[in-house]
Design a protein around this ligand. Structure first.
Ligand code: M6R
Length: 614
């Protein structure tokens, strides 16, 4: 994680760096800092906590840097060393001449540090990053060439990194490089910007170049030179970013999370455009580049993802197996990458990621690609590192998701899986046409049904208030809504810090039931369908242990009144589509509980929106 920004040009640099860091705050927010070139000196300013603390810190130093037109900035999500001023970036070499910011993890930092300390380098922080500052400075002392120093050092640095480096000997030059971490260069008239992500530069230019692995770029206000790891000059691939600068606004909502929850009906409408016209017409997914013949012959799919995207993948498995009759494995990316997987050119591998930058998923995708699998990426960021690895790219178009807790991107990912499953089923002829048509019909009216849920949140708020003081929370479900239970629990724990767990209801009696007593809320996701009666029995079992029972249901079954102390109702949909409607109240319960508890809803502690370290 962490976000980095660099600028060299003619504008006052501090504002550009701070604006850029604000756009990258989703990548981390435990400390931040900037380094700016001032006459004969590089000045470094840092602060712990949110970016506003750095802004505050800078107020008393404005005179020192107001004329500066070159600098680098960083927003941190701590990996090595606590979030303190000393551990915040930028980091400097012993004499302060070389300054850098880093995103990623340097894996051989201990060995390098020991070596450098022996040679007399004085370390000030506990970070892995500081090693890079000393090490590149050492190479600079040998070569007196900053680009060459970065190139030589990066040959010996192991791990993942995006680095932005300045040296006091250079009044207007920044050198940057990357390996397994995103970095792009924005190209302006008489200025260059470097950043971890587009939002940090888009206000100034749409012309940009993404760095490929191990490339090194050197920019001055009017030049850019790109070389590869062996020092050979490379022709930059310049592209026009398909982005407009967006003012990130809460549009009157108290938090981005609430706004994003309310955007979900439109997210569904957007993704259907051009893909689903009428129930009678086939789903159009030109994004899927596998031939119809290959699709028909597919016997195995692997879906890899993390967090909320993993839950969408679990629903995807259910749909693809049910409608297409293909065996699907779903796995957390972090587990997939460190074992021998049975993945080959006959396996379709689907990577799911809101950001398209999650390090574990990206690594897993690269491994699968190397084994010859066709890679289908479902992402909200068609310009991301994962998208660049894709053979087929399914962009979900949910719009920028600011809140760390994923909501609308989850709905968009679910929609992508419904469309994909129906598309494949139609090609394979593996599901009855009438079933497919009824699902399509309901998909098209889902936005209105979600709007009904969003228009009446009284019961949800009452329930949230009632349970906001609980320490633990259990969600139970079966079948296609097991991932909904897991997602509801994840939402609650990440923004309210309540210990929430989702269970397959049938598993309750194999252990978790021991935890139940009259202090434990158990929320049962009771959607009409094949597992309804079974889940009702599981709910009875929990009630018999005095648990505080909550129902999330689309049923008017009178039996529920006695069993549950709180009942949240959603409009009726067929069971296959119920994960889409059922997750909405769960997002809202998590939101309102966190809000009642006064938590930092959009930027919960210890988290970052984009997890770019393994
Ligand atoms: O960008 P990705 O979808 O790959 O991110 C995966 C997870 O880090 C993410 O879903 C995380 O679990 C969210 N904070 C959940 O709300």
């Amino acid at each position: 994680m962490c976000g980095i920004v660099g600028y060299v040009g003619f504008r006052s640099v501090a504002d550009i760096l701070l604006d850029g860091l604000e756009q990258l705050e989703y990548r981390g927010y435990d400390s931040s800092g900037i380094a700016v070139k001032c006459d004969n000196d590089i000045k470094v300013y840092k602060a712990v906590g949110k970016l506003k603390n750095l802004r505050e810190e800078l107020k008393s130093h404005v005179k020192e840097f107001e004329k500066s037109t070159m600098g680098i900035g960083h927003i941190r999500w701590a990996t090595h060393g606590a979030p303190t001023v000393l551990n915040a970036h930028p980091h400097t070499c012993t004499h302060g001449n070389l300054v850098l910011v880093h995103n990623g993890i340097i894996e051989n930092y201990k060995e390098l540090r020991a070596e450098l300390e022996k040679e007399g380098c004085v370390f000030k922080s506990q970070t892995d990053t500081e090693v890079a500052a000393h090490f590149i400075a050492k190479k600079y002392d040998e070569t007196h060439d900053l680009t060459e120093a970065v190139r030589l050092a990066s040959k010996e640095i192991e791990g993942a990194y995006a680095l932005c480096v300045m040296h006091n000997d250079y009044k207007d030059t920044i050198v940057a490089t990357k390996r397994n971490a995103p970095l792009l260069v924005g190209i302006g008239e008489g200025e260059y910007l470097i950043a971890s992500d587009v939002p940090a530069i888009i206000k100034y230019t749409k012309k940009a170049m993404y760095l490929s692995e191990n490339q090194i770029v050197t920019v001055t206000p009017d030049s850019m030179k790109l070389i590869d790891k062996d020092g050979n000059e490379v022709q930059p691939k310049i592209e026009l970013l398909p982005w407009e600068p967006v003012a990130l606004s809460k549009m009157g909502y108290k938090h981005f999370m609430l706004k994003e929850i309310h955007e979900q009906p439109d997210v569904i409408r957007n993704i259907l455009v051009g893909k689903l016209h009428t129930a009678a017409e086939p789903v159009i997914l030109d994004e899927v580049k596998l031939t119809k013949d290959t699709l028909k012959k597919l016997t195995r799919i692997q879906i890899i993802a993390c967090g909320t995207s993993l839950h969408a993948a679990m629903v995807g498995k259910y749909l693809l197996e049910t409608f297409c009759g293909i065996a699907v494995d779903v796995e957390a990316s972090s587990e997939y990458i460190y074992r021998r997987t049975v993945t080959d050119e006959h396996t379709l591998v689907i990577g799911v990621s809101q950001s398209g930058e999650t390090a574990d998923t990206l690594t897993a995708i690269k491994q699968a690609k190397a084994r010859g699998s066709h890679i289908l990426i479902i992402t909200n960021r068609p310009d991301s590192s994962m998208a660049r690895e894709a053979d087929s790219l399914l962009s979900v178009n949910a719009g920028i998701e600011v809140s760390v807790a994923a909501t609308k991107s989850y709905i968009a990912q679910l929609m992508a899986f419904y469309l994909l499953a129906l598309y494949m089923a139609e090609i394979k002829g593996s599901t009855d046409k009438s079933i497919i048509q009824s699902i399509k019909n309901e998909l098209m009216i889902l936005p209105q049904k979600i709007e009904q849920v969003l228009a009446n949140t009284d019961e949800i708020q009452k329930c949230a208030r009632k349970y906001s003081n609980t320490k633990d929370f259990i969600y139970i479900a079966r079948g296609i809504n097991l991932p909904t239970a897991l997602e509801g629990a994840l939402k609650l724990k990440e923004i309210s810090y309540i210990n929430a767990t989702g269970y397959a209801a049938g598993e309750l009696k194999h252990g978790p039931i021991a935890m139940l007593d009259d202090t434990m809320p158990v929320l049962s996701i009771l959607m009409k369908g094949i597992v309804y009666d079974k889940l009702l029995s599981n709910s009875e079992e929990a009630k018999a242990r005095n648990a505080r029972m909550i129902a999330l249901t689309n049923s008017n079954d009178p039996k529920l009144e006695d069993l549950f102390e709180c009942i949240i109702r959603v409009p009726e949909v067929q069971e296959f589509l119920s994960p889409i409607i059922a997750v909405i109240p769960l997002q809202l319960i998590a939101y309102y509980i966190a809000e009642f508890l006064g938590k930092d809803v959009d930027q919960p502690r210890n988290l970052a929106k984009s997890v770019t370290v393994e």
